[in-house]
Design a protein around this ligand. Structure first.
Ligand code: BGC
Length: 252
């Protein structure tokens, strides 16, 4: 734990389909206080194998304070309720209990897009924005985080809205661009259609575009045409880590 007077810190860990990334986060600035460590996601990414990688990261940082862990699933009160892009054996896993032996009892688990949204609201593109703000992450899937006057409504999973008989993320995630060999413009058109659906449901004031695709915004963001405001995520790669760390000490 930090010494009295030192900035509050927490360890944030973001579990993705290809890598498990962690860093110590300064909770006042939202900046990383350490290097990011990345360990490839084990295959298969079962709860036990992922927990052991989380343990390795905690050891690498010599960490004994609060830990926040972001997972690509619906997470309610520490329990996993979906597994779209992770091993099916996660469903019904009590992730908080799973990680406690390797990460300590002060561990918080939340959805990865919710974590990214929390970070963007505090330290990124959503800073100080009231009303309805939605962060969307475009990567292997599509993650979503909905905020009303800065308060998170967790687990919205807008990437699983049904579109042409399947989850819309199958068609509009960044992975679909590569899989279907689309030009950026063709993919942007898909994203625009998805954003139109989101707009019809929530009339957001602002949509923040995050995830891997937000590293190359010039290729697609200028092609979008929506009645709500759009902003590119500012924390890019670190948003999940920062938001997970913040969630670990929420309400401090
Ligand atoms: C999962 C979400 C996750 C998103 C981004 C989706 O397939 O269902 O929980 O937030 O991918 O990783």
């Amino acid at each position: 734990m930090p010494a009295v007077g030192a900035p509050a810190q927490a360890l944030g860990i973001d579990i993705g389909g290809t890598g498990i990334k962690g860093a110590v986060v300064n909770l006042d600035s939202g900046r990383l206080e350490s290097e990011r460590h990345r360990i490839p996601t084990p295959k298969p990414a079962t709860p036990q194998s992922v927990a052991s990688v989380v343990g390795q990261l905690v050891d690498q940082f010599g960490w004994s304070g609060p830990v926040g862990i972001a997972l690509p699933s619906v997470v309610r009160h520490g329990v996993v309720h979906s597994a779209a892009n992770i091993d099916a054996s996660w469903i019904d896993t009590d992730a908080r209990a799973l990680f406690a032996p390797v990460a300590g009892s002060h561990v918080t688990v939340l959805n990865d897009a919710d974590a990214a949204g929390v970070a963007e609201m505090a330290h990124g593109a959503g800073r100080g924005v009231a009303g309805v703000v939605i962060t969307l992450t475009f990567g292997t899937g599509i993650g979503s985080a909905l905020f009303v006057d800065g308060r998170l409504v967790p687990n919205t999973e807008l990437g699983h809205l049904e579109f042409r008989g399947e989850s819309v993320e199958r068609w509009a995630a960044a992975s679909a661009r590569k899989r279907d060999d689309l030009s950026w413009a063709d993919w942007a058109e898909r994203v625009n259609t998805f954003l139109g659906i989101v707009d019809g449901l929530f009339s957001p004031d602002l949509v923040i575009l995050g995830g891997g695709a937000s590293k190359k915004p010039d290729h697609w963001v200028p092609l979008l045409d929506q009645r709500h405001a759009l902003a590119v995520a500012e924390l890019a790669n670190s948003a999940g880590i920062v938001g997970a760390a913040m969630a670990a000490v929420a309400g401090r």
